[in-house]
Design a protein. Structure first.
Length: 552
């Protein structure tokens, strides 16, 4: 285990999706002033870092991940002055601000793409353009949002590559001018005082020569070709050297299709980034494809987490949800009878493993998935694109056929407005919200949680404090116990002479297990049930019960 101390290893990160966080002007869209107004709430959680999803100028086809100007703020979110005030207010509260970096692609509205499609001033090579034979795509790659990864542009008379939406054209990182422009932009933001970058699909920036076909049987055709490409590590290393290596900042890369061995190249001692987001644990219920979610089992989830705890030569990122994933209590817990208990249990897991934990807005309240009824309710390009592609291909007849899959998987589950109180629009806006507010906001909201000492919110505050006072939960070595148990996840975290036992019953029935470590418990540090039960060689854990013990 990497025991070199640094601030970003000891930090807790709170992710803010500004479009859905807080609306200050009543237009139904969250904004920067709304974030500023809620900073005391965020600081009150005890977190150290805010990761802010994109607020740059954008046509908002993919809610800001389609950037048209990296050095301007989108007008719905506010002004650069608002952003500068936000940064100052974050720093005043002894927190740090990490910005989203989206440089695998730009919006087709970006000046670079506009010049590229007109073949002006050497910009044609900024993107991937191909004529294609008889109008056919140059390869069989598909978009992550459904359909082909190539789109014909009438102005250029050519097809361009887009691994995501057709409004998001992939940059050609083999072009030195592209890299120089990106590095100049990054340094501009670093000079403004930001505290790091979260890098969107950063290991997809290097495409192989010739753009060869991908495995046609893969759900995302081409992924093995366009991730971890021949120059991905080299370009990321160059980026670090040319930009943030000169600053005391935190960097985290979203990396598709990586395992601990590949991940170690990116985050090891000589790696270009501090930590990464992988997706292996996000696939345990996707064995049958996005539109056909499968049942997940605890042994698979334990195996993935355990592998990354023990085999990664570098630092971990710990997350179970974000703006691209459904709500954790609906996915891995119980959003009905045991919503509160399972929300606390899943938080316990994230805060008692080695790595940097990420909390997505509303996670600390135990927010749940939304009960979608119609495709027209959805904004998420991925959900809509995959459903429409499946209908067009004749794989399904209509939305009703996959409604439950969309309810389980849609990114919009995480993007419904933050539930601040029990008023009509949950205190998010005085206007009409851009996405519907979850009907359960009348009982699940921040105002109610603040006054309830037994709430998920207060439990998260306790978890932050627990982690701050027990370094074995940050830098300790992970030892999995009962690896094949189908409902109990137990492990020991050890650092020199200090050891902690974590026991989690990830099930809605009471379960008894026998553990040698349980016989030497000295102090109960944390439990999501009150009062807790006695410890002994046999532990009887109630439904979704979580316990953390200090061992003698």
């Amino acid at each position: 285990m990497d025991e070199q101390r640094t601030w970003w290893k000891e930090a807790v990160v709170y992710q803010i999706y500004p479009r859905s966080f807080a609306d200050s002007d009543g237009d139904g869209v969250g904004d920067l002033r709304g974030v500023i107004e809620k900073l005391d709430y965020v600081a009150g959680l005890g977190v150290d870092v805010i990761w802010l999803n994109p607020v740059y100028e954008s046509p908002q086809h993919d809610n800001g991940y389609d950037i048209s100007d990296y050095r301007a703020i989108h007008e719905e979110y506010g002004t650069m002055g608002d952003w500068e005030e936000l940064l100052a207010q974050v720093h005043e509260r002894d927190m740090r601000l990490v910005m989203d970096l989206v440089v695998n692609h730009t919006s087709v509205d970006h000046e670079w793409f506009q010049k590229s499609r007109r073949d002006e001033d050497g910009y044609r090579e900024y993107y991937f353009w191909h004529e294609g034979e008889d109008g056919e795509a140059p390869n069989n790659w598909t978009s992550g949002f459904g359909g082909d990864a190539w789109n014909y542009d009438e102005t250029a008379g050519l097809q361009y590559l887009h691994l995501f939406d057709e409004t998001q054209a992939d940059l050609n990182w083999d072009n030195e001018a592209v890299r120089e422009n990106v590095y100049d932009m990054m340094n501009w933001w670093l000079e403004k005082g930001i505290d790091g970058f979260r890098m969107d699909v950063i290991n997809a920036i290097s495409k192989p020569e010739g753009l060869p076909d991908g495995d046609p049987d893969s759900e995302w055709v081409g992924i093995e070709q366009f991730t971890n490409g021949p120059e991905a590590l080299g370009y990321m290393t160059e980026m670090a050297t040319e930009t943030y290596d000169d600053y005391d900042v935190m960097t985290v890369g979203e990396c598709l299709d990586v395992d601990p061995e590949t991940g170690s190249d990116y985050v090891g001692a000589d790696g270009p980034i501090d930590m990464l987001f992988h997706f292996e644990h996000m696939s345990v219920d996707q064995k049958s494809g996005w539109l056909s979610p499968s049942e997940w089992n605890l042994t698979d989830l334990k195996a993935v987490f355990s592998e990354w705890q023990t085999d990664l030569d570098g630092w971990n990122s710990l997350y179970l949800t974000n703006h691209d994933q459904p709500r954790i209590v609906s996915r891995f817990g119980d959003d009905g009878e045991y919503r509160r208990e399972s929300a606390k249990l899943l938080g316990t897991l994230l805060f008692t493993l080695s790595g940097t934990p990420y909390v997505y807005q509303g996670q600390e309240l135990g927010m749940t998935n939304y009960p979608w009824e119609r495709l027209e309710q959805l904004d998420d390009l991925q959900s809509v694109g995959k459903v429409e592609a499946a209908i067009e291909a004749g794989e399904i007849a209509d939305f009703e056929e996959v409604k439950q899959a969309v309810r389980d998987r849609s990114r919009d589950n995480a993007r419904t407005p933050m539930q601040w109180d029990d008023s009509e629009h949950a205190g998010f806006t005085d206007g009409e919200p851009w996405l519907p507010v979850n009907p359960n906001h009348e009982t699940i909201n921040a105002a109610a949680a603040v006054t309830d000492r037994d709430s998920v919110l207060h439990y998260y505050r306790d978890l932050v404090e627990l982690r701050e006072t027990h370094e074995e939960l940050i830098y300790g070595a992970y030892n999995l116990l009962l690896p094949n148990h189908e409902s109990v996840w137990a492990y020991r975290m050890e650092l020199e002479d200090d050891a902690v036992l974590v026991a989690l019953n990830v099930d809605d029935t009471e379960t008894t297990v026998t553990l040698d470590d349980a016989a030497r418990t000295e102090e109960l540090l944390c439990s999501n049930y009150n009062p807790p039960t006695e410890a002994g060689a046999s532990l009887t854990l109630r439904p979704y019960e979580a316990r953390v013990y200090r061992l003698e």
